[in-house]
Design a protein around this ligand. Structure first.
Ligand code: C5P
Length: 398
């Protein structure tokens, strides 16, 4: 239920705006107070009177409406909400949000708010897929903006593909997920994920086969329990989750810097497959064959161990530090020794020998090793491992 919650609903100018009227009703059915804001373009599709009647509220329409400023300034309007929802979120609104433009009431509220923002994009499939829009979406995800949809399907313009606004029940569910405080609400958790790339020269690098799937699932599961997640990721195969603060890095040293910049945190989960070594003599320009048949000699330097560094911090160490151990033999013995050596609280150990199909696969079979002993979990999907680990973290932190 959403009783006592106030949603600032920004209605953008698109054909899906008619669904926003139903959204007002459904959110009110769940007990929320809905304050509608219409962009000028939205008024071409729905009338302020309908929005106002359904919300049983005044509708806000224009930045320079002096009466509104006297009644409730735009800053206050944006802060008095518990959540800001943009539905439909047009390409124009997403573009303004991603680039910090504030030239009307809706975009100004979005810049001024200190609350979470949930957007329900709706636009033509070509517009959705356009690189400019995709760049904006990536920027907004990185800023921690929550997304619901768009869905794939037939569109009002006659085309087919992603771009349809999510259905009202899906948006209501996303609003509830964003507003109902989970056990990790107010907790900041840093999660590392993916491989690192260590440059040999400007075009070549040393990497590993980590897909980032498990780390991404963990970040998503922690965010679903209400945590404020900083997700520090190397170049992974899977897209970062929604609703987390994404920091993209390439090298181990950049990952350490990003983790240190993200602290303080209540917990840190180091799921990244960090390269142990970097090329000490990486070249500034592309290495060339010189015709002599002699291969270049690469020298290696040890990378910082992020897990060990954070685990052994004397000041500002997160209360719970979780590391991973991918092993191919004697998994428990090696992982237990690793826990002590690195100084972390838990080690999530898994057997990544090729026969298990875990590396790059959808499933995982882990043993969680803590000071209290080893807990063997049955083989399950990486999402299930993530959910169970997030629940275990919530037990400790709450
Ligand atoms: O030493 P090993 O790579 O087996 O340890 C794995 C654990 O240590 C993982 O949690 C990984 O994220 C972390 N790690 C790290 N920095 C490194 C190497 C590993 O944080 N340089």
């Amino acid at each position: 239920m959403l009783s006592g919650k106030r949603v600032l609903l920004i209605i953008g100018g698109g054909i899906a705006a008619y669904k926003a009227l139903d959204l007002i009703r459904r959110l009110r059915d769940r007990g929320a107070e809905v304050v509608p804001v219409l962009t000028r373009a939205a008024e071409e599709f729905v009338t302020p009177l309908s929005a106002s009647a359904l919300a049983a509220q005044k509708v806000y329409r224009d930045l320079f409406d002096l009466t509104d400023e006297a009644e409730m300034g735009h800053i206050e309007l944006s802060r008095a909400a518990d959540l800001v929802v943009v539905a439909p979120a047009t390409a124009d609104l997403l573009g303004k949000m991603a680039n910090g433009l504030a030239n009307d009431l809706a975009s100004t509220l979005l810049m001024a708010t200190d609350k979470r923002v949930l957007v329900a994009p709706a636009m033509n499939v070509r517009m959705w897929e356009h690189p400019a829009n995709q760049r904006n979406v990536a920027t907004l995800r990185g800023d921690g903006v929550l997304f619901v949809g768009p869905n794939e399907g037939a569109m009002a313009c006659g085309e087919f593909g992603p771009g349809r606004m999510s259905e009202v029940p899906e948006i209501v569910a996303a609003v509830e997920a964003a507003l109902v405080a989970g056990p990790l609400a107010g907790r900041h958790i840093v999660v590392t994920s993916g491989p690192t790339h260590e440059p040999i020269d400007p075009v070549r690098y040393i990497a590993n086969r980590s897909s980032g799937a498990q780390g991404t699932a963990i970040a998503r599961a922690l965010a679903a329990l209400g945590a404020d997640v900083t997700f520090v990721t190397g170049p992974a195969d899977v897209a970062p989750p929604q609703g987390v603060h994404v920091v993209q890095i390439e090298t181990a040293r950049q990952m350490l810097d990003a983790v240190e910049a993200a602290l303080p945190a209540d917990a840190a989960v180091f799921a990244a497959a960090v390269a142990d070594w970097r090329v000490a003599n990486s070249a500034m320009s592309k290495m060339k064959k010189d015709g002599s048949g002699k291969a270049p000699a690469l020298e290696f330097a040890e990378n910082p161990d992020i897990l060990a560094t954070v685990s052994q911090m004397s000041d500002g160490r997160p209360a719970l530090v979780v590391g991973f151990a991918a092993e191919t033999d004697d998994v428990i013995a090696h992982a237990s020794a690793k826990r002590l050596r690195k100084g972390c609280d838990w080690i999530v150990a898994n057997d990544v020998s090729p026969a298990t199909g875990i590396m790059g696969g959808a499933e995982n079979a882990v043993t969680v090793i803590s000071g209290e002993g080893a807990e063997e979990w049955p083989r399950m999907s990486k999402d299930q491992v993530a959910a169970r680990l997030a629940a275990k973290i919530a037990e400790v932190l709450s």
